[in-house]
Design a protein around this ligand. Structure first.
Ligand SMILES: NC(=O)c1ccc[n+]([C@@H]2O[C@H](COP(=O)([O-])OP(=O)(O)OC[C@H]3O[C@@H](n4cnc5c(N)ncnc54)[C@H](O)[C@@H]3O)[C@@H](O)[C@H]2O)c1
Ligand SMILES: [Zn+2]
Ligand SMILES: [Zn+2]
Length: 378
């Protein structure tokens, strides 16, 4: 069939809207119609050329929601008409990683997904002249129709609006999941969130859901204070506004001290900036003996994190998380329920809605720091 897509023709170039060929789903694959897709920072990272694994031409996008149109042979758990959210972290429930119950990083299709291919090693998309177009993060949601393996689709309830729940395909789950799955934050905790963008705000609402007492947000942009407070942040620090000689680490340690606990430090911290210097501060502002710091941000190629080993010897823990530690097919439908039940918010974070033809404006808004999430609707 033919469908409409925004194609990333080369690194650093705007996306081009064009008609493309899309082949039928093969064994274990499903063809879906995308109804809405968010534009995430990671799409921008790849489009800019900074992603060493970026492949072109490709169809980017990994934060979508849509409807099943056609199932390939052997598909058992989905049927035409089902509402689904594509998963860049699939859940096969059969591989060593899935069976370990210790990670969400399913390895069933990892190798081909990283090469922009379906599990059989070929692509379903091509240009009208036959040139293959690569898949992206196994999802390629910047197309009106796309093909995914069955194990990379979460079936969700049919009354949930596509233009909101698409955000659960990455940003919401990453932020909320980092709190609930990776850090396992307990009620009463003191936590710090570095970077109050589309991910950090979801960490904040996850912390509120977990019952954290103190939620400190850190951002270089003062406009983010109001955004953070909107979702439950209790304190804000702009590192640029601290008194001369006070580090952000010292400021956080001081804020978290009590008459009983004169050591101070956060119980949990989250990096949502991708800056390795911020990651170090995030570790070092946590409490001696038990503080945990979770890395969510994606750093530039070749960047390394550093700290003194003594920080870990004295009980601090450094962790990272992908897709918020969520097992997609199991957890994503539950997060959709939380949204529909009003336990988490999405609507205010969708700051812009655009038609596919204007998708490049969504990237411009992100560069300018003007959007939390821009969503493309088909
Ligand atoms: N681990 C995962 O599964 C996963 C999933 C999605 C996104 N990400 C990554 O998460 C990061 C955040 O994504 P986003 O969409 O929220 O980005 P964003 O651009 O919307 O937000 C980043 C925020 O960090 C702030 N910031 C930048 N430098 C800072 C500094 N030095 N100190 C304090 N604040 C600073 C910015 O002002 C901005 O508000 C990105 O690196 C993205 O690639 C990771
Ligand atoms: Zn993303
Ligand atoms: Zn698996």
């Amino acid at each position: 069939m033919r469908t409409r897509a925004a194609v990333a023709v080369a690194a650093g170039k705007p996306l081009e809207i064009m008609e493309v060929n899309l082949d039928d789903p093969k064994e274990g694959e499903v063809l879906i119609e995308i109804k809405a897709t968010g534009i995430c920072h990671t799409d921008e990272f790849t489009l800019s050329g900074a992603d060493p694994e970026g492949i072109f031409p490709s169809i980017l996008g990994h934060e979508g929601a849509g409807v099943v149109v056609k199932c390939g042979p052997g598909v058992k758990t989905l049927k035409p008409g089902d509402h689904v959210i594509p998963l860049y972290t699939p859940e096969c429930r059969e591989c060593p990683s899935c069976l370990s119950r210790k990670t969400n990083l399913c390895t069933a299709i990892r190798a081909t997904q990283g090469q922009g291919l379906m599990p059989d090693g070929t692509t379903r998309f091509s240009m009208l002249d036959g040139t293959p177009i690569y898949h992206y993060m196994g999802c390629s949601t910047f197309a009106q129709h796309t093909v995914l393996p069955e194990i990379a689709l979460a079936k969700v309830r049919e009354d949930a609006p596509f233009d909101k729940i698409c955000y659960i395909g990455c940003g919401v789950t990453t932020g909320v999941g980092a709190v609930l799955n990776t850090a396992n934050v307990e009620a009463g905790a003191k936590a710090v969130v570095f970077g109050l963008g589309g991910i950090g705000l979801n960490v904040i609402q996850g912390l509120k859901l977990a019952g954290a007492d103190m939620i400190i947000g850190v951002d270089l942009n003062d406009d983010k204070k109001e955004w953070g407070e909107r979702f439950g942040m209790t304190h804000f620090i702009n590192p640029k506004s601290l008194p001369e000689g006070t580090s952000v680490v010292q400021a956080i340690v001081d804020m978290t001290k009590t008459p009983f606990d004169k050591i101070g430090g956060a119980d949990y911290s989250f990096d949502c900036t991708g800056n390795v210097k911020v990651m170090r501060d995030a570790l070092e502002c946590t409490h001696r003996g038990w503080g945990q710091s979770i890395i969510i941000g994606v750093a530039p190629a070749g960047a390394v994190i550093e700290t003194r080993p003594f920080q870990l010897v004295t009980g601090r823990v450094w962790k990272g998380t992908a897709f918020g530690g969520a097992r997609g097919r199991t957890d994503v439908p539950k997060i959709v329920d939380w949204y529909m039940d009003g336990k988490i918010e999405i609507d205010p974070m969708i700051t812009h809605i655009l038609p596919l033809e204007r998708i490049n404006e969504g990237f411009d808004l992100m560069h300018a720091g003007k959007s939390i999430r821009a969503v493309v609707v088909f």
